[in-house]
Design a protein around this ligand. Structure first.
Ligand code: G3P
Ligand code: CA
Length: 329
């Protein structure tokens, strides 16, 4: 997490309702008018509880990413088969204003973009979240161009095909899959203030897609997450969807303002303690811990015993096994 993101989160936690302009006035007004939701700029409170799924929630982190290349339909499908309550997709923006599933806007780490001579000239050097990086970036490609790339695992996966598997899913692809499989969607807006500076603010794009698909609903619950609190405030100003504020590092002592726009907090598992869970619950905030990567059964049990409400996991099958055995016992 870069300095800018920490400042944004800290600002929201400490300064309350200050709202950055992640959604342009025109976009927000149009969405607000057509949705019948509260007026633009209103940070309305959570008006419905999180969907009644089994607890704790099993959130498939980038899909079943221990077994399949992250953020592919294959990874999401396997997660659903393994019993995930939600499939998690990190979302970044394309040049033509579409949302696609990638953990970051740099493409070379999880695709074969470097092997496409037609895109060689698109390689650029930019500063992302305070870090200078040379790569190919999603915002320089249209969705159609990104669809010509093959997805790759970030690191070699045991048993996975060694060469590119699957393509980059669009948000639309993911929504279609969730509808077909009746599974929840847990959608993270990545570096939203960066995209807003490029006039590609992701919040109205996300809300347009949710609105067009009449989501969330009872069969496809949706949670929106971000490390940037103002982005969640922007979403909730124009659409009634529960949001989860991600917190990097220690959980601040005062969480009293977070419930104004979030239903819960996502916390690094190293920072989760019984006291943190108690404090969050006292503020009516759920606690979702990240990230369980090849964790032991005992590790899950330890966090469940602390009262966490959800776990981001690369291994949904293992998490499901623990939940099942806990219920049986
Ligand atoms: O979104 C919660 C967790 O996924 C944060 O980690 O994988 O997005 O860096 P990540
Ligand atoms: Ca994430």
């Amino acid at each position: 997490m870069g300095l800018r993101r920490r400042v944004l989160v800290a600002g929201v936690l400490g300064a309350g309702a200050a709202m950055l302009a992640s959604v342009s006035v025109a976009e927000a007004a149009e969405l607000s008018e057509s949705s019948g939701e509260p007026e633009r700029g209103t940070i309305h409170r959570v008006t419905h509880p999180l969907p009644p799924r089994g607890r704790p929630l099993i959130i498939a982190h980038r899909g079943a990413s221990a077994y399949r290349p992250e953020h592919t339909l294959d990874a999401y499908r396997l997660a659903i088969q393994q019993g995930a309550d939600y499939i998690e997709a990190d979302l970044v923006v394309t040049r033509d204003g579409q949302l696609v599933a990638r953990h970051e806007n740099q493409l070379s780490w999880t695709t074969d973009v470097a092997e496409h001579p037609e895109f060689a000239a698109r390689r650029r050097t930019k500063t992302i979240d305070g870090v200078v990086t040379t790569n190919w970036f999603t915002e320089d490609f249209t969705l159609a161009e990104l669809k010509t790339l093959r997805a790759r695992p970030r690191t070699p996966l045991p048993g996975a095909a060694p060469e590119p598997v699957g393509s980059i899913p669009s948000l639309s692809d993911i929504i279609d899959l969730a509808r077909e499989a009746t599974v929840g969607l847990y959608l993270e807006l990545k570096i939203p203030s960066y995209f807003a500076m490029l006039r590609l603010a992701p919040e109205p794009i996300l809300v347009s897609a949710l609105r067009a698909n009449q989501l969330p609903d009872t069969s496809v619950p949706v949670l929106v997450e971000s490390f940037e609190g103002p982005s969640l405030q922007a979403v909730r100003a124009i659409w009634n969807v529960p949001c989860i504020l991600l917190i990097a590092g220690p959980v601040p002592a005062d969480l009293s303002l977070v419930h104004q726009y979030a239903a819960g907090i996502g916390v690094d598992k190293s920072q989760v303690t019984p006291a943190v869970v108690e404090r969050a619950h006292a503020e009516r905030l759920e606690v979702h811990a990240f990230t369980f990567a090849n964790a032991s059964l005992a590790d899950y049990r330890r966090y469940f015993a602390m009262g966490v409400d959800g776990v981001f996991t690369d291994n949904p099958d293992v998490a499901r096994q623990v939940v099942r055995s806990a219920r049986a016992g």
